[in-house]
Design a protein around this ligand. Structure first.
Ligand SMILES: Nc1ncnc2c1ncn2[C@@H]1O[C@H](COP(=O)(O)OP(=O)(O)OP(=O)(O)O)[C@@H](O)[C@H]1O
Length: 588
């Protein structure tokens, strides 16, 4: 760092020397600029010293230099100002920082008295200049330390500001020392207004015990809305003494969402990921893409396995809500008595078996994002009016709770059931049906878009070859024909299962007709003989593939315990599940 940075104090030193010694003083920095000066040279502050001036020698040798009669002195013969120089004597003293000369203090005598003075006191002057050079170095070090600390503190402030969590720094008495931007946006306050005030005065609802270091959940009313926060007090301990506290504050929904992100529940699906170039699917993709931008409820209809969930995700990721999560819940797969608490969440101790800290429901989790209610036709009748109320009022109460919680999610519902018939039969409420059926989108079954079958089968072949590290080139023309002829009651899910099965069992370059699952071959034969394909349910077909896959694995890896562990790893199921399936299919 150059002496220029501390020019004021350098000038003060120059003037002090000049006053004490009655000589003119010049101080030069490492770039040979005059940083400070008194007397005749004051006018030249900020300018470069003459080329080849004797001070350059001092930088080089890092030793003091006393030059009498500069005009005649050998050292000065090369100086560009030699002829104009008025000095009778010059004493230059190096300012050395570490190993480097960073400047020179020059004393200039312009009359005999000054010159004599310098000559007489030469040794004392050297001691004096050495002290002043140390003083300047000390000033420079101080300036550098302050500059470094300023950068560090700005850096720390920026880091704290960039955190996803809200941070409040308080002293041991609860007086606010700093807050970050997240806190400003959570509570609609600004730093300037609350620094040095007490938390209890400016954010009375926060009211946390600073000495309780466990996360505490608090519901705070902000802009007339009750929001739930998780607050943690973290002590700041310096030399074994608690000097202050950090309050870390998170919206409960953000925390749970982050957990979702960490476990990778969210997978971004785009419309390009929905494979197929049949007119039918292109039309559906176009409509879905168009409605993605609005906030209206979308109702996806279609047989099982047609890609309803895929569409729901693509709509979400094409919407303005894409940065918030899509929260799926399958109404058919959760027992009736648990579905309500899954959707609404509950307060601690709301019912026997409830977690004591309570639990957030899917409505809250989906706040700001999208709620995907799959298999809505299976929503128990007693929950239907409750869901309707939530959709109409955009607020709800947790089970056992007292506060209404406002929410704002987009709803996408899906079903493969004939809901109109269910309404007629009184199994589904008409009012809820109309509330859901705002933008209905019908996804056609695979058999009605045969053009997509071969594209999808190739896509699935690539997918499973990569996953299972196989190099199967394709399907024989007979298999392709069979795929197109087949009815695919389980739609794309069934096609995917068949291809996964084939990639597992085939060890040749091409997949042939003989490799097809027995059940499929039988059905194709029956279909050819015009026997109704409905004789075999989807469940029994899936089970048949499963049995074939596990059987082929046992043939390949053996039946030892080690082999079974290996098989469970490859199939990504736990060992207990594998044993259950072995016994179910009599494969032991
Ligand atoms: N067009 C497509 N392109 C690629 N994969 C697809 C396509 N459609 C569906 N799939 C895949 O098929 C499987 C079933 O899709 P999805 O779960 O979306 O169907 P669904 O209609 O929601 O089924 P269900 O009614 O049984 O819940 C998934 O693995 C999905 O990734």
């Amino acid at each position: 760092m150059s002496l220029y940075k501390i020019q004021n104090s350098v000038q003060e030193v120059a003037e002090a020397i000049s006053a004490v010694l009655n000589v003119d003083v010049t101080i030069i920095d490492e770039n040979l600029y005059r940083v400070a000066a008194t007397g005749k040279y004051k006018l030249f502050i900020g300018e470069k010293i003459p080329t080849n001036c004797s001070y350059e020698l001092i930088f080089k040798n890092q030793k003091p230099e006393f030059i009498q009669a500069p005009k005649d002195n050998k050292v000065c013969q090369v100086c560009s100002r030699k002829d104009k120089c008025m000095e009778l004597a010059t004493l230059g003293y190096p300012i050395i920082k570490g190993e480097k000369c960073i400047g020179v203090i020059g004393l200039n005598a312009f009359n005999e008295e000054q010159k004599n003075n310098m000559m007489e006191k030469y040794n004392l002057l050297l001691v004096f200049l050495s002290k002043l050079s140390d003083l300047l170095i000390g000033n420079l070090n101080y300036y550098e330390t302050i500059a470094e600390l300023t950068i560090k503190s700005e850096e720390t402030e920026k880091i704290i500001d960039g955190l996803e969590n809200g941070i409040i720094g308080v002293d041991n008495k609860g007086k606010i020392k700093f807050i970050n931007s997240k806190i400003e946006s959570f509570f609609g306050i600004s730093k300037e207004n609350i620094i040095d005030k007490y938390v209890k005065d400016v954010l009375p609802e926060l009211d946390v015990d600073l000495n309780n270091y466990n996360p505490q959940e608090k519901k705070l009313k902000i802009f007339n809305k009750k929001l739930s926060f998780i607050i943690r007090s973290i002590p700041v301990v310096v030399e074994n003494k608690k000097v202050s506290n950090i309050l870390e504050i998170n919206k409960t929904t953000d925390m749970v969402r982050n957990a979702y992100k960490i476990v990778g529940v969210q997978n971004n699906i785009k419309f390009e990921d929905i494979i197929g170039n049949s007119e039918e699917i292109i039309k559906v993709k176009k409509i879905a893409n168009q409605v993605a931008q609005s906030d209206s409820t979308v109702f996806l209809r279609g047989e099982s396995g047609t890609g309803k969930e895929l569409f729901a995700r693509a709509i979400h990721y094409a919407s303005l809500r894409k940065h918030a999560p899509i929260i799926p819940i399958n109404c058919a797969s959760i027992p009736d008595n648990l579905l309500e608490s899954e959707l609404f969440g509950y307060e601690g101790g709301a019912f026997t078996g409830a977690r004591k800290e309570g639990q957030m429901g899917k409505f809250e989790l989906a706040n700001g994002g999208t709620l995907f209610l799959d298999e809505i036709g299976d929503l128990p009748i007693h929950l239907q009016p409750k869901l309707l109320r939530v959709l109409q009022e955009q607020s709800f109460m947790r089970i056992g709770g007292k506060d209404m919680i406002s929410i704002n999610f987009r709803l996408i519902a899906a079903t493969n059931r004939n809901l109109e018939k269910m309404v007629e039969e009184g199994k589904f409420r008409e009012d809820l049906y109309y509330r859901l059926n705002i933008i209905p989108i019908h996804i056609p079954p695979l058999r009605d878009r045969k053009k997509d079958i071969l594209i999808l089968s190739k896509f699935m072949l690539r997918k499973y070859c990569i996953r299972l590290e196989k190099d199967i080139k394709g399907f024989s023309s007979e298999v392709n024909r069979a795929f197109v002829e087949y009815n695919w009651p389980g739609n794309i899910r069934e096609l995917e299962n068949v291809v996964e099965y084939l990639v597992n069992i085939v060890n040749e370059d091409i997949i042939n007709f003989k490799d097809l699952p027995i059940v499929m071959k039988e059905l194709l034969n029956r279909e050819a003989k015009d026997v109704s394909p409905k004789t075999l349910t989807l469940k029994s077909r899936v089970e048949s593939y499963e049995k074939d896959i596990i059987g082929s694995m046992l043939r390949k890896y053996g039946t030892s315990t080690k082999a079974k562990k290996q098989i469970s790893n490859i199939l990504d199921i736990d060992l207990a599940t594998l044993y259950r399936k072995l016994s179910k299919y009599n494969l032991q």
